[in-house]
Design a protein. Structure first.
Length: 626
């Protein structure tokens, strides 16, 4: 049996009163019920015996009335039941079972007789009435029946009086029990109340030095003593915990200080992101990395992203998404923007924690300021680039100096040879040229073969003369005689003196609005003739020869380019192109481009070449304008 919900939190005194009253009432009710049931059965049986006795007397006296068929006497005999209020009816039946005489209490009806009677009669008991059926016997022969029913009103009247007595007695007993409970209850509840008060004070004040008063050696005294022992143990434990907590707080404070100092020195901070509520917890060092006061404001993931450099933000977000989806850590360098707009480099490492359902719940990691390292790397890199550039430039200067030295040595050798060779060759060449001229004059009417061979001799003498001139020009360039000349005019005169085969298509792109050049026309004519001749010789199968000119008004010069669609040159060939005695031709001594470069530089210009094997060559000559 459970206490009512309203009494679960009630004081012990009220619970004890409730239990005592309920117990007393329950015991009284059980006793009353037992007494009621017992008396009901006893009094009903007593009533049944009384009715049986009265019925037996009437049955014994009714045999004569049945024998002589005297109904009036029979009814007078049954009227003997009238003074008895509890008799509902009495009937006398003949041998055939028909009613012979009857008595019915006023206001009631008599039901038909339905009971079979054996020897000795029949007694019926219910909760409402008692019935007795007895045989009428004459000389050991049953000549009829007598049937009597009585209600139980006398029984219930006596029970009512008994229950009244029981109720009064029970009420008195209950009052006595309550009085005794109230009289002796404080002796039980007072120690409990005192103990409870002490417990409440201990719980409220956290004062484990309090003690409960021990007033007896019974269960309550034992409980109070056990409570005091428990308080002693708790106080000792709390003292130990307090000492340990103070020691632990000191250790934590020291380690926190050391960690904070270590993070400050290393420029390394840690963070933790609660994904569910989007709260981000930064250590003080991370605030300092972002040039913010420590714990200046509550950071969220979105706020943090706003500090990340826009160019690095997509990669960082992709790493975070990948880590949350697959539970893998990530390590990333990226840039952040400080409040003053400055850029700082950080290195971040992070890991993520998932719950049982596979959802990302917490992510934590570290952030390291690597700006100094990045700046140092950027400076080692710039320094390397500068050193490499200087090495390349110095190497190029050394190569150029070496090439120039070789060139000068070759030119020196050529200079020594050119004077004697030029003098020794020009005299016989002049004699041969005069002899050919004489022979062509006297043999004007000779056959075709003779004239052809004389022309060949004349052409070879001219070629030899040109080689001697190139040799002399390569070692001694005459100072230019500057004059004003148009580009189109200069190109046209040069083309007029060049032998252009029919399979070569010359394309000119020379605007009429170009300013005139300020150069030595003869020397530049020699330059263009050499370039055009080289371009034609580079296309033995034919092709296109483009001659273009364009002005640079800022630099006040004109660039004349001669490009062919011939065999082209390799990079190695281009590097040696302007060295004396180097040639890519089957026939040639390698002095033509040396002369071209010397004459171009003598006129205040420069020459450049672009070529690719199998795709042709472009020579560009830059000359000053007026």
């Amino acid at each position: 049996m459970k206490l009512p919900a309203s009494l679960l939190d009630a004081p012990i005194q009220r619970k004890l009163v409730f239990v005592a009253i309920v117990a007393t009432l329950s015991a009284t009710l059980v006793a009353a019920l037992f007494s009621f049931v017992q008396q009901w059965f006893l009094q009903r049986d007593e009533l049944a015996r009384s009715v049986y006795a009265q019925t037996s007397i009437v049955a014994a006296n009714s045999s004569a009335t049945l024998l002589f068929n005297d109904r009036e006497a029979a009814e007078q005999m049954l009227a003997a039941f009238a003074p008895i209020d509890n008799i509902e009816f009495a009937s006398l039946l003949d041998k055939s079972g028909q009613n012979f005489a009857a008595y019915v209490h006023p206001g009631l009806t008599m039901p038909p007789h339905q009971h079979a009677v054996e020897e000795g009669g029949l007694s019926i008991k219910t909760a409402r009435y008692v019935e007795v059926v007895l045989p009428v016997v004459l000389k050991q022969e049953q000549i009829g029946l007598i049937h009597v029913r009585s209600d139980l009103s006398p029984v219930y009247q006596r029970l009512a009086r008994s229950m009244l007595v029981i109720a009064v007695s029970s009420a008195g007993a209950l009052l006595v029990a309550v009085w005794m409970l109230l009289r002796f209850l404080p002796a039980i509840t007072a120690p409990l109340t005192a103990l409870l008060g002490t417990m409440n004070r201990v719980s409220r004040e956290k004062n484990y030095a309090l003690r409960a008063e021990v007033t007896s050696s019974d269960d309550l005294g034992t409980l109070a003593h056990g409570f005091n022992v428990m308080l002693d143990n708790i106080r000792q434990r709390d003292d130990e915990l307090a000492r340990y907590r103070d020691h632990l707080e000191d250790e934590v404070a020291k380690r926190t200080a050391r960690l904070t100092e270590a993070q400050r020195i290393a420029r390394l901070g840690n963070w933790e992101w609660s994904i569910a509520d989007n709260s981000l917890d930064w250590s003080d060092e991370i605030y300092r990395i972002f040039d913010l006061d420590p714990q200046q404001f509550d950071v969220t993931y979105d706020t943090y992203l706003s500090f990340v450099h826009p160019a690095d933000r997509p990669e960082l977000e992709a790493c975070v998404r990948e880590s949350m989806a697959h539970g893998l850590p990530y390590s990333l360098d990226y840039r952040i923007l400080l409040p003053d707009g400055a850029v700082r480099y950080v290195h971040e490492r992070a890991e993520v924690l998932h719950d049982k359902q596979g959802r990302a719940t917490v992510m934590w990691g570290t952030m390291h300021d690597i700006t100094a390292q990045k700046m140092a790397e950027e400076n080692i890199r710039k320094l390397n680039e500068e050193l490499e550039s200087k090495v390349q430039e110095r190497t190029r200067q050394l190569v150029d100096a070496q090439d120039e030295l070789v060139r000068k040595e070759k030119l020196a050798v050529l200079g020594q040879v050119a004077g004697s060779v030029g003098h020794e060759l020009r005299n016989p060449l002049g004699v041969m040229s005069n002899a050919v001229y004489f022979l062509q004059t006297v043999l004007a009417e000779s056959d075709e073969t003779t004239r052809e061979y004389l022309n060949i001799i004349k052409t070879e003498i001219a070629n030899s003369e040109r080689i001697v001139s190139d040799l002399l020009d390569s070692v001694r360039t005459k100072p230019p005689h500057l004059e004003t000349v148009g580009v189109a005019e200069l190109v046209a005169q040069t083309l007029g003196k060049c032998d252009v085969p029919p399979q070569v298509n010359v394309v000119l792109d020379i605007p009429a609005t170009l300013p005139p050049l300020r150069v030595d026309a003869l020397q530049i004519h020699q330059v263009l003739r050499n370039l055009i001749s080289n371009g034609i010789e580079a296309m033995p199968q034919g092709g296109a020869l483009h001659i273009r000119a364009a002005a640079n008004e800022v630099a006040k010069n004109i660039v004349i380019s001669v490009s062919d669609s011939g065999v082209g040159m390799t990079a190695e060939q281009q590097a040696k192109l302007f060295q004396p005695l180097f040639t890519t031709k089957a026939r040639g001594i390698g002095l033509g481009l040396v002369v071209v470069k010397n004459l171009t530089q003598a006129n205040g210009g420069k020459i450049e070449v672009q070529s690719e094997a199998g795709k042709g060559t472009v020579f560009s000559v830059t000359l000053p304008t007026v």
